[in-house]
Design a protein around this ligand. Structure first.
Ligand code: FAD
Ligand code: SF4
Length: 522
């Protein structure tokens, strides 16, 4: 029986983040491990509501009150079982999810403080890993059916694990040199250290999932070949077509880049340093002391190489207000930027939920302060770039901005410049983090005769099947750029549909339908 008054005695509390001056010299995660005492205390705040709205907020339907109570009573081993029953990868969502479950928690009504659900989640999986409880499931009787998964992000990996555990022979094809999708080279290590991905991949491999990296499906192997070799194909290629601003004067100047050009390269040099650190540790070598000047970060004492697009000593302007922009900010500080502005088209959101606009338990429009924001930089709201200004040599030296108001007409966004508000911000590196235009147009789609819809995504029927028989779709490629929790949920649901298509015995869990949307008031 949970403690019905815990939340009255105990305040919401998160672990202390690592100090900013320390953490911007390395790439380790921002949060250190939390104590048992703190997590059990926070789990005690959960009331085990008769109608747990946290469930409805979570696309995976995580059994949140169950594992909160298990943590409260010290039942960590049972807690991970309960968590794994609905979520293949709590180490990813526990670190990265914006936690719609917390926005929907009953304790958040009328400005209250929700349970720290996400923190409890990550601590459950941390302890399970520490206790050796994340082991491969026994390999089942083979079904004799073969499934190809194209794309190795959270959607592809969740589907692969579900299908392998149902006895199907699964091969994941990834065009990059490492498995993980955006979690590998898109999301920086200070949000997700890559050993968490590697640990999970070892489990999938032991369960029979085959991985083939460096294979661009549609180029290195045709879609026809893939279909001929497999009984079903799941497309989980993400929504990686970055939005650009080609019409803005000066876009072609040196120093103006899409955010992902910067992030991917930066994450690759960190991955290389981490690999060196591991090799050194295995060989019993004491790691090199990092140099102390600004912009010389390290991984376990191994200095990180300078990437080609480097923020060190530069005035950086990041355009955009989401996850990608915040990640660019954290990277820029670790690289030793001289200063950073982050620009947003929209006015500064309120700090608390506006009940008239976004009533509980929906996801509220509020000012989101990522850990990267406490590391420095200045946010400028309600402005739009009018021009990237040339320094006379073909490189950017400033951005000219103006205040704007944003309205919508027939679904189109209309920007109106406020006269007399133009000004320049110094900039020698500009990063465009203004979103994604859906899945990339690539040979694979043409070969499968699939057409992107007006959101740039690939449609499916109610069973996750595309217009091409035996070809299914899940994750960002189906929803448009979204979240890891949705990718896992869609991967699990698409796996259930594929299992049924292959005539598999029994049913796999399907947490969402293809038309599922986040909780909304209208
Ligand atoms: C910078 C950044 C930060 C983010 N931060 C967060 C966060 O903090 N929390 C959160 O919940 N979400 C975050 N997201 C969103 C999240 O990463 C995505 O929603 C999620 O990764 C989508 O998963 P997916 O499996 O659908 O596709 P992806 O992770 O995009 O993986 C798709 C994979 O398919 C591969 N691929 C594509 N075409 C082919 C082909 N023809 N052959 C072989 N392989 C192919 C790609 O190389 C890629 O590896 C972030 C996104 C970005 C860009
Ligand atoms: S809504 Fe909040 S308090 Fe209620 S069961 Fe879920 S986590 Fe616990």
């Amino acid at each position: 029986m949970p403690d019905p008054t815990g939340f009255l005695r105990i305040d919401r509390r998160l672990p202390q983040r690592r100090p900013v001056p320390v953490r911007i010299m390395d790439w380790r995660e921002v949060y250190p491990p939390a104590t048992d005492e703190l997590i059990r205390e926070q789990a005690t705040r959960c009331m085990d509501c008769g109608i747990p709205f946290c469930h409805d907020g979570c696309p995976l339907g995580n059994r949140i009150p169950d594992w909160n109570d298990l943590v409260r009573t010290g039942g960590w081993a049972a807690a991970i079982e309960s968590l794994h029953a609905t979520n293949n990868f709590p180490e990813f969502t526990g670190r990265l999810c914006p936690a719609p479950c917390e926005a929907a928690c009953v304790l958040g009504i009328a400005g209250g403080a929700p349970v720290t659900i996400k923190q409890v989640e990550v601590e459950i999986i941390n302890r399970a890993v520490g206790a050796g409880l994340v082991t491969p499931h026994p390999v089942p009787e083979p079904s004799g059916r073969r499934v190809a998964v194209v794309g190795s992000g959270p959607a592809g990996l969740a589907a692969a694990q579900q299908l392998a555990r149902a006895g199907h022979a699964v091969t994941v094809f990834e065009r990059d040199d490492a498995i993980g999708g955006l979690m590998r080279y898109g999301i920086p290590d200070f949000k997700l250290e890559k050993e968490h991905i590697d640990l999970r991949l070892a489990q999938l491999a032991a369960e029979g999932v085959q991985f083939r990296t460096g294979v661009n499906v549609g180029v290195d192997v045709t879609a026809e070949q893939l279909r001929a070799d497999h009984d079903a194909v799941l497309l989980a290629c993400g929504a990686l077509a970055g939005r650009d601003t080609p019409a803005t004067p000066g876009r072609a100047l040196r120093g103006v880049h899409l955010a992902m050009e910067h992030l991917v390269e930066s994450n690759r040099v960190v991955a290389a340093a981490a690999a060196h650190a591991r090799t050194a540790e295995a060989a019993g070598v004491v790691a090199v002391e990092p140099p102390s000047e600004t912009g010389s970060s390290h991984v376990d004492g191994v200095p990180v190489d300078r990437p080609a697009i480097d923020a060190a000593g530069r005035h950086v302007v990041i355009i955009g207000g989401g996850d990608t922009a915040a990640d660019c900010l954290g990277v820029a500080h670790r690289q030793g930027a001289a200063g950073v502005y982050q620009l947003d088209l929209y006015p500064e959101p309120p700090s608390a939920r506006d009940e008239a606009r976004d009533p509980w338990p929906t996801w509220p429009w509020v000012l989101r302060e990522y850990p990267a924001h406490e590391e420095g930089g200045e946010r400028v709201f309600a402005v739009a770039v009018q021009e990237f200004v040339d320094d006379g040599t073909g490189a950017v030296r400033a951005v000219r901005i103006a205040e704007v108001t944003v309205t919508k007409r027939d679904g189109e966004r209309i920007l109106t410049v406020v006269p007399g508000t133009e000004r320049e911000l110094p900039a020698d590196l500009v990063l465009l983090a203004i979103g994604f235009e859906g899945t990339e147009q690539q040979p694979l789609l043409e070969q499968l005769r699939l057409v992107r819809n007006r959101r740039g995504a690939i449609d499916s029927d109610g069973d996750w099947q595309t217009a091409t028989k035996g070809v299914f779709v899940a994750g960002d490629m189906h929803r448009g750029a979204s979240l890891i929790v949705w990718a896992i949920a869609e991967g699990r649901a698409a796996a259930a549909a594929i299992h049924s298509y292959l005539g598999g015995v029994g049913e796999l869990p399907a947490p969402v339908v293809p038309t599922a949307q986040p909780l909304a008031a209208r």
